[in-house]
Design a protein around this ligand. Structure first.
Ligand code: ZN
Length: 160
């Protein structure tokens, strides 16, 4: 499932990308353009604009985002669209929206701080902007936020 987010949802768009989802976001875009992109590319339109939802009422491929808080917004998207199993943190560039490529520790060492080069569990690089991403240092603010988000996954009753 891929997305296009409206102008009011910059942080949501960024965080969905951090969690691995393909999200198009433009800080300035007209509603008809967003609707056209969603249709043409088969993307789900994420919007805070009730007018846009009403205009598009007969179309299934849009989601009205309720909350103002980005964490609540991320949880709503994952809940409403059943996407918790598809979360893959740190697999997509938040700038280019491109899937990252794995990077060996050997190569990463020249591109990150010594601490990260030593302690991160894995590394990846964006084929577009060549920014390096990593996970598993258990140190960064972003990793804490990811952990906090994943902790909000609803617990399903177990079968036994
Ligand atoms: Zn990039």
């Amino acid at each position: 499932m891929t997305f296009v987010a409206d102008c009011m949802l910059g942080r949501l768009a960024k965080w969905l990308k951090i969690l691995g989802f393909d999200v198009l976001y433009f800080s300035k875009a007209e509603d008809p353009d967003l609707v056209a992109i969603a249709r043409r590319e088969g993307r789900v339109l994420l919007t805070r604009d009730t007018g846009l939802i009403e205009k598009e009422a007969k179309r299934p491929n849009r989601l009205f985002v309720r909350g103002d808080d980005w964490e609540d917004q991320v949880v709503q998207v994952l809940d409403d669209l059943g996407l918790w199993d598809e979360v893959r943190p740190n697999t997509r560039c938040i700038a280019c929206n491109l899937p990252l490529k794995a990077l060996s520790r050997e190569r990463a060492r020249n591109l990150v701080t010594p601490y990260v080069g030593e302690h991160a569990a894995s590394f990846a690089i964006c084929p577009g902007c060549e920014r390096v991403f990593w996970q598993g240092t258990h140190h960064g603010d972003m990793e804490k936020k990811i952990a906090r988000l994943l902790a909000r996954r609803p617990v399903l009753p177990s079968g036994d």
